[in-house]
Structures are given as C-alpha cells and as structure tokens.
Design a protein around this ligand. Sequence first.
Ligand SMILES: [Zn+2]
Length: 234
Amino acid sequence: MRHYRFAPLQELLRLFFPAICYGCGQPLEGDEQSLCVHCMSHLPLARNAAIVDNATELRLMGRVHFDAAASYMYFKQGLVSQRIVHAIKYRGDEALGLRMGLLMGRDLAQCGRFDSVDCLVPVPLHRSKLWQRGYNQSLLLCQGIAKTFPRPIVADALVRVIATDTQTDKDRIGRMDNIHKAFMVRNVSALQGRHVLLVDDVLTTGATLSECADVVLALPDTKVSIATLTLANG
Ligand SMILES: [Zn+2]
C-alpha cells in the first residue's frame, strides 16, 4: 500500500485530478508528464535534420531561400503529434513545449548541418493573438532548442503586423494572399549579418515561413535555416 501521507504535492494532486496522456487518454504514472512512455516512444517521427533534400526542404524549395531545414515529427489529424501541438499551443503546456524543443535541438546539434546558425528566432504571433494566448508556442520551442543546441534566442527582432485569419479553410493560393506582408523587422542590428534559424510549430504550405524568411533575407548578409516541430500534409 502506498503512503500518500508523505507524497509530494504533485502526487497528492494526481490522486484527486489524475493527469491523462494526451496521446492515449490513459492516466499518467510515476514521472510521466503529458505523454505516457508508450506514446512518447511511438511518436510519428520525421527527424530529418541530417538528410539533404528531406521532406521539409522539398516542401520549402522554390519558396524560401534556406540553408537547411528540418522537422521533428509528421503532423496528421488524429495523431499524437496533432494533440501535442494543440497542448503546446492552446493548453499552455509549457513543459511539453520545452521538452519537444529540446528533442529538436538535439537533432540539430548532432547532424552538423546547422552548425553555422547564429541565433534562434521564433515565428512571431500578432500581438492580439499573443495577448489572447499569453505566450508564443514557437518561443517555447526555441527555449527548449537552446538547451541542446545552444544559441541566443532573438525573440523581439521580428514583428507580425497583420493578424491573419485561421488558415484551415483556405486553399493554397488563398493562404499566400492572406499571409502577404505579415511580418516586418523591428530590430535590424539583431539580425543583420547573422545566420538565423526560424522556428515554428507546424509547417504546412510554407507560406508563413516564406514571408518571415523574406524579411530576414532582405537584410544584408543574412542566411536563414528553418526548424519546425511538425511537418503537416501539404
Ligand atoms: Zn499515452
């Protein structure tokens, strides 16, 4: 029999409000956080950082002038990766965001293709969305990445000037129009002459990242690489 009298607060809370796994809905046990061991070991991994012309790069090719690009997982409706993104984005699961970023950073560091990156730049949210949500999920990922791929985070150099509508119901062309001129550079000196790693949670058509990369690449002597937590179906 377990002696809950001396259990830490977290264990006590779990007694009354058992945390469940985002992946399978089963109660979490022991040290498990957000995801159970089974779901954590069955993520739909892309892990393509080491591969030249990987699926992420093919998606962006012709649209973004990047040095290298990578995604950690595949994003599909109903898969655990969708629930992970949802938890990081809308449920305020900061620990999960940091953990996923840390895994992304480990791959970026190990493969050697991102070695010349100078700084990490999260794709910014419009201030209305930031106010609504309270945090930027891409910044959370950057904070995780920096633990295993140590680079300074430059979070305030880019600004999103247009609050775009949700893109889910728009076709590819519509998305491009919708995103046009959505970003601008607020702090030139923070980015000029740097190799910037743009970080986002989901790569779909690449329209958002393309807009973001364009404003960075308009500055002298800049290079752009890209890391996304997930790669969605095009
Ligand atoms: Zn699970």
